[in-house]
Design a protein around this ligand. Structure first.
Ligand code: DGY
Length: 320
């Protein structure tokens, strides 16, 4: 009996590829760069399963191109804003993601970004490299203390809670905002539920951990920045779309907030000549929050398990 046909849209960690290969015939886009859309639309015709990344838009056009054989879309990511889940449901295509396994790795990076931004670490490294370290100067490269500060978390889900847990070690007061309070998570990390406006007004640092949805698109806009402290720092490891970048640029230039640390932007990659990259008070990373070898391997395995179950018509172990 012939094996199911699976398209894998990128070079992925070996463990994941091996697992899929045992059960399916793979067509692999064997590159670190994205598969061109036209190629993807051609490759998906008549396949049983699609193993994709967050860089591919999974929409009606793609599902129509794949046709009725397609049973599953499995993304190597926990976020799934690149997938039109309603369209998949209409096409009877199951959708799976990789929850849980990247929580701690992402929370670690969020702490790293928070410290890097608050204590001006990248700016300091650049200054040393440029030969600007002339002597010890009392206020040179002075930043903001994380310990003892008030940190507002938008989205106290798995990653937000893991981030809060780490902040307990910094003796922070932790506020959070969710559409609905989440007492189970909040109690575990001593977080206090507040309305969004209170979080904006009282936080020294705000970290975004919410999914990108219609409700959270540009949640951080000009009005939100005006409500923040002029010394506040915004950290984003969720999705670039939660922040209105034009408004953020103005807020950083006009001193409405002190700094921002972004692991996610719109678009990705951010063009090297983007205005935000000219600002010393904006630290930008290339969407690496879950990028540890171990975590990326675990994500690849979960996505493999999803696609294998899906092509067999079985329930996905990690369904959306
Ligand atoms: C995800 O999985 O959604 C992250 O953004 C990438 O790890």
């Amino acid at each position: 009996m012939s094996k199911p046909q699976v398209v894998v849209t990128r070079r992925i960690p070996h463990a994941g590829l091996e697992l899929v290969q045992e059960q399916a015939d793979i067509r692999l886009w064997d590159s670190d760069e994205p598969i061109p859309r036209a190629t993807l639309l051609e490759w998906v015709q008549g396949i049983d399963g699609l193993y994709c990344l967050l860089t591919e838009s999974i929409d009606d056009e793609l599902l129509d191109a794949a046709g009725p054989t397609l049973k599953v879309v499995s993304t190597l990511s926990v976020g799934y804003d690149h997938i039109d889940v309603d369209a998949c449901t209409r096409h009877h295509v199951a959708v799976g993601n990789t929850p849980g396994v990247l929580t701690d790795t992402t929370a670690d990076l969020a702490i790293g970004l928070l410290l890097a931004t608050a204590r001006r670490i990248p700016e300091s490294i650049d200054a040393v490299r440029r030969g600007e370290w002339t002597t010890w100067k009392p206020e040179w490269m002075a930043g903001y203390d994380v310990y003892g500060s008030t940190v507002g978390i938008v989205g106290l889900g798995r990653i937000g809670t893991a981030f809060a847990k780490r902040l307990q070690g910094f003796d922070c007061r932790i506020l959070y905002y969710n559409p609905e309070p989440n007492p189970a998570n909040a109690d575990a990390v001593g977080a206090e539920y507040v309305e969004m406006d209170t979080l904006l007004a009282e936080s020294d640092f705000i970290s975004i951990h919410t999914a990108l949805t219609e409700q959270t698109q540009h949640l951080f806009d000009a009005e939100a920045f005006r409500k923040m402290k002029p010394t506040a720092i915004l950290i984003n490891t969720s999705r670039g779309g939660t922040v209105d970048q034009e408004a953020l640029y103005q807020a950083l230039v006009n001193g409405e907030i002190a700094a921002a640390g972004l692991d996610v932007t719109t678009p990705e990659p951010l063009p090297a000549d983007h205005p935000l990259l000219q600002l010393p008070n904006c630290v930008i990373l290339p969407h690496i929050a879950s990028a540890s070898y171990a975590t990326r391997a675990r994500m690849a395995l979960l996505a493999a398990e999803n696609v294998i179950a899906g092509v067999k018509g079985e329930p996905l172990p990690y369904p959306i």
